[in-house]
Design a protein around this ligand. Structure first.
Ligand code: MG
Length: 378
């Protein structure tokens, strides 16, 4: 018999379900309706299945390594800007805020958000593109797919089988990131929400980091419709802000504006549709997203960030150097498979040397990659 503070709790999911009945909307994913885990487990006394998913992700080594992986800017550029881990936390909090307001399942949202970038290799998308080229003819590499591989095959937590044994819903959420057009499978609203929160988050923080690092200025961006609108709001509500406070107020507004418009748009749509179940919501054409005018503004900002920040000459240089080194390291591991730590031997035999080299490099933090590279080629 399981107990909470000495109180008998024979059916732990009842307790979780009562809470969810009170708090969640009819279109939210309920813990009691989870399709469960590939390897069945008894329920926990006081944590629901999605809370346990979240905790398994949080305590995984791949998750901890996100602190040493760059988002857009490398560690050489200072310590103000976001890492892959702080980005992940921002996504999780923004997604939970929206999810709570819409009555969605916050536990599932949090698990999905903490997992969403767990498969990122060192050096962000530059590292990802290089690794993809290394094994293009053998299925390629994507951080979303690798995230799924990590939680299903690479993390070791149980004696009898590999992976974290996450719920079907958490795994499907990540699978929807791998294949955005998964046939006949509209993603759960919780999954759609994390996706929407991800882009809102990085647009705001990448703009913040780029301005702080001096790659672009607020003046450079003020012709963009969303920036102009946010600046207008900031100037109306605050007086005499210095440069730093203006940037902070602008970034605050760059999150607040899309989040508020997404919320009011989705809330009124959800009222209109009046879904009585998850199935009804998934069978409809409703999607969690911004109203058309703000979606346009967001697109314009994203294009600007792509052209002027992600393709900034100083980043292109970092990108090219990283890609060249990733490929060099890949070749070296392929030619010397004895360099893999002993514990990877079974995986090496299973996936072959090329995939093993890609996975091993993808697991590295930026710093560990540097160290390994230097010891290999010095
Ligand atoms: Mg992300």
């Amino acid at each position: 018999m399981k107990t909470i503070d000495g109180v008998a709790n024979d059916q732990p999911l009842d307790w979780v379900d009562k809470r969810e009945q009170l708090l969640l909307a009819p279109y939210a994913m309920r813990s009691i309706h989870s399709k469960g885990r590939a390897h069945p487990e008894a329920e926990h006394a006081y944590r629901g299945p999605f809370q346990r998913d979240r905790d398994r992700i949080l305590h995984s080594s791949a998750y901890r390594r996100l602190s040493g992986k760059m988002q857009v800017f490398t560690g050489e550029m200072g310590d103000y800007h976001r890492t892959r881990l702080t980005h992940t936390h921002e996504v999780a909090t923004i997604a939970r805020t929206i999810g709570r307001t819409l009555g969605l399942n916050e536990d599932l949202i949090e698990a999905l958000a903490l997992m969403h970038d767990i498969g990122h290799p060192p050096y962000g998308h530059a590292g990802e593109d290089a690794l993809n080229e290394c094994i293009e003819g053998e299925g390629g590499f994507s951080h979303n797919q690798f995230g799924l591989t990590i939680v299903q095959e690479i993390e070791i937590r149980f004696h009898d089988f590999p992976g974290l044994n996450l719920t079907y819903e958490a795994l499907m959420g990540q699978l929807c990131r791998v294949d955005k057009n998964l046939k006949g499978q509209n993603p759960l609203l919780e999954v759609q929400l994390v996706d929407a929160a991800d882009s809102t988050t990085y647009n705001a923080h990448d703009a913040d980091d780029a301005i702080k690092l001096g790659l672009v200025s607020i003046e450079d961006m003020q012709h963009l419709s969303l920036i102009a609108e946010c600046l207008d709001y900031v100037k109306k509500h605050y007086v005499a802000l210095n440069e730093e406070l203006l940037r902070k107020a602008l970034v605050h507004r760059l999150i607040e504006r899309p989040v508020t418009s997404l919320l009011s748009h989705c809330a009124s749509e959800l009222t209109r549709y009046d879904f009585q179940s998850v199935e009804e919501a998934l069978a409809s054409d409703f999607v969690i997203g911004l109203p058309a005018d703000v979606a346009e503004q967001k697109k314009e900002l994203e294009k600007y960030l792509y052209d002027h920040v992600y393709r900034h000459p100083s980043l292109i240089e970092v990108r090219q150097k990283a890609q060249w080194r990733v490929k060099e390291m890949f070749e070296s591991y392929c030619q010397n498979p004895d360099r893999f730590p002993k514990k990877y031997q079974p995986r090496l035999e299973r996936v072959g040397v090329n995939r093993m080299a890609v996975e091993y490099i993808a697991g590295m933090t930026d710093h560990f990659f540097e160290q390994t590279y230097n010891s290999m080629f010095s």
